[in-house]
Ligand binder design. Structure first.
Ligand code: GAL
Length: 655
């Protein structure tokens, strides 16, 4: 794939508007500086209004019209919305929720990934679309389905899922005694005599066996991957040379996005900073402070995550342009924020930033969701910000993103383990990830995200907020690469079969770090384990591992319990460190690997892309870039050294 300068785009639903408006809409998009338009992802009922009766004429004209305006079309396969006639004909397409209730027709994503009939109809519609448009010159890309997992749809408890789960188990364990041993089924008389006896882990009287649940979550993730692969194989056959993407979401861990990304050319994600702030793991103070900006680390964390999932190629498929309709509260972004979010995505390596949506729909579910245009066709505030971004990006085309020196390990299975056995209501893996990623960002340090199977070459510091089930090779990889590493609590605390390791946690990590976790306790959200580090007060939260070791703790509670240990460059937190505690350690470790750290004004964040440096102000007040960040004579390409709220600065990095 050739590397091109980043582009802006928009999501468009020609089927929502009179055909007479399409050409004018397309011309207006192009005039704003947009280069890509995504269409089609919910249009199944318009494409195939009755079984086998396809109506392509309207879509042909839509693709032609958009293409004629110079726009590249990204076509979505419409499988997130199977039509009514299909559901009525094949009701086993519907997913069942964990209470065994069908997830009925009338919104979207009402299908079970394991339904054999749905897979058959998926092949049919994708084949039909791909063979018709695969070679169309305006079609530059495909999006498979839309937001797998959205509305809690990864896991289905249907008879079709149960059937597929039993096959999956038989494949994994070979014989049922192996499963009984792996799950510890002797406990509470859970022993099975054949795979056919195993049900899905829902509707039990009290908690089901955690090994059973974890396997069901693994299976559910695999079903998403194989369902997507079905689509990708058809698209590749009919549409060579077009990139294939899928659009992920914020705070979504139900399936392994690294695995999905291996089948794609790029990963997309849908960035709604204000919506995610409102429904995400943030305190009331954070929600108040950043109501119109989004939390300063929220979008960036996901940018880095999806860059990793897409093996370096990623894009924003949907960018929030104004108030959304789906959060508990839906404020207007601060003027300038749409521009800031756009530049920040590009600073993190995005190839495309595409706004959702062109025009606000006056009807149906999302009528309160802003677009670049109002329902009366007048421009909404985001249109001018998008146009300004298009000009600025054209004037400063960014180079390729270089590898960072610090890596943060994110693991989807970790979240499944914690969901299955939380053991403390305050524990939040997503929040832990944000805190660790954010701690590096607050020091002005760029971070790459890696998976537990990634090659660590080229990194000097590995941050592992928590990794309950670690691949055995990880310890060897850390040892061999001589990388500094910081592990958080609950790391190496489970075997792959969800049991406590024989040598106790942190299992094989004890080769590098001679300590043993002999007991763990969890606390309410507002409790703090207070102690000192380098003579300065620090605190841990949520969790505390009690350890046996000859090592002296680097930080300990007043009662003498270790909060942080270190041996040969490997650190271990026994608690979820408060951000200030974490920052204190990072400041030290980052300096040891020879990286500069900076003290950034409140709400300001930085990012490098190749030789360009970017600064963003999420704060409510104007902030001046300190000399350590940008030399006083740095030649600013965009913005000023004094960043107003929502301000952006871009300059060339001389170092
Ligand atoms: C996304 C979804 C879009 C639209 C949007 C509204 O999750 O992909 O179709 O619903 O949210 O913000």
């Amino acid at each position: 794939m050739t590397i091109r300068p980043p582009r802006l785009g928009v999501c468009y639903y020609p089927e929502h508007w009179p055909e007479a408006a399409w050409a004018e809409d397309a011309a207006k998009m192009a005039a704003l500086g947009l280069r890509q338009v995504r269409i089609g992802e919910f249009a199944w009922a318009k494409i195939e209004p009755a079984p086998g009766a396809f109506d392509w004429a309207w879509l042909d004209r839509a693709v032609d019209t958009l293409g004629a305006a110079g726009l590249e079309v990204m076509l979505g396969t419409p499988t997130a919305t199977p039509p009514k006639w299909l559901i009525d004909a094949e009701p086993d397409i519907l997913a069942l929720d964990r209470n065994g209730r069908p997830r009925r027709f009338g919104s979207r994503r009402h299908y079970c990934f394991s339904s054999r009939s749905y897979r058959k109809h998926t092949e049919r519609i994708v084949e039909a679309m791909a063979s018709r448009y695969g070679a169309h010159e305006a079609v530059a890309a495909w999006q498979t389905d839309n937001e797998y997992g959205c509305h809690d749809t990864t896991r289905s408890y249907s008879p079709e899922a149960a059937r597929a789960f039993r096959l999956w188990l038989a494949e994994r364990y070979g014989d049922v005694d192996a499963l009984n041993t792996a799950w510890g089924a002797v406990f509470w008389s859970q022993t099975y005599r054949s795979f056919d006896e195993v049900d899905l882990p829902n509707l039990t009287v009290t908690e089901p066996n955690p090994a059973h649940v974890l396997d069901f979550y693994r299976f559910s993730s695999d079903q998403v991957i194989s369902y997507n692969r079905l689509q990708v194989e058809i698209l590749r056959r009919h549409s060579p040379g077009r990139r294939i993407i899928h659009n992920g979401m914020g705070f979504t861990f139900d399936f392994d996005h690294f695995a999905l990304g291996r089948d794609l050319d790029a990963f997309g994600w849908d960035s709604y900073p204000l919506g995610f702030l409102d429904i995400g793991p943030f305190s009331a103070d954070e929600k108040r402070a950043y109501m119109r900006q989004g939390h300063p680390d929220l979008a960036a964390f996901h940018h880095d995550l999806y860059r990793a999932c897409g093996n370096g190629r990623w894009e924003i498929v949907e960018q929030q342009p104004g108030p959304v309709n789906w959060a508990r509260h839906n404020p207007e972004p601060l003027p300038g924020m749409v521009r800031l979010w756009t530049h920040e995505a590009i600073a993190h390596g995005a190839d495309v930033v595409s706004y959702f949506r062109w025009r606000q729909a006056p009807f149906a579910q999302e009528q309160m969701h802003a677009g670049l245009e109002r329902p009366d066709r007048a421009p909404a505030p985001a249109a001018a910000e998008a146009a300004r971004c298009a000009e600025e990006i054209a004037a400063v085309p960014p180079p390729e993103t270089a590898q960072a020196r610090v890596a943060l390990l994110v693991d989807y299975e970790a979240q499944w383990v914690f969901e299955t056995q939380r053991q403390g209501a305050a524990w939040s893996y997503p929040r832990l990830l944000l805190d660790w990623h954010g701690a590096a960002r607050r020091l002005g340090v760029d971070v790459d995200i890696v998976s537990s199977g990634s090659i660590l070459e080229g990194y000097d510091l590995l941050l592992v907020p928590s990794l309950p089930i670690a691949p055995p090779a990880l310890v060897g990889a850390v040892k061999k690469s001589n990388i500094r590493a910081v592990f958080g609590p609950r790391s190496f605390s489970k075997t792959p079969h969800f049991a406590i390791p024989e040598t106790l946690p942190p299992g094989p990590l004890q080769d590098l770090l001679p300590l043993k976790v002999v007991r763990s306790e969890s606390f309410p959200r507002d409790h703090r384990e207070r102690g000192a580090f380098d003579g300065v007060p620090v605190a841990g939260q949520w969790w505390l591992d009690h350890v046996e070791t000859d090592l002296e703790p680097l930080a300990a509670t007043e009662a003498g319990r270790g909060l942080l240990y270190e041996a040969s460059g490997v650190h271990y937190f026994t608690t979820a460190p408060e951000p200030a505690f974490l920052t204190r350690l990072l400041r030290r470790v980052v300096a040891e690997i020879g990286l500069d750290v900076v003290d950034l004004p409140e709400g300001v964040r930085l990012r490098r892309r190749g030789g360009l440096r970017y600064a963003f102000n999420y704060g409510a007040k104007a902030a001046v870039l300190p000399d350590g960040v940008a030399a006083p004579d740095a030649d600013l390409l965009v913005g000023e050294r004094t960043l107003p709220p929502a301000g952006v600065a871009i300059w060339r990095d001389r170092s």
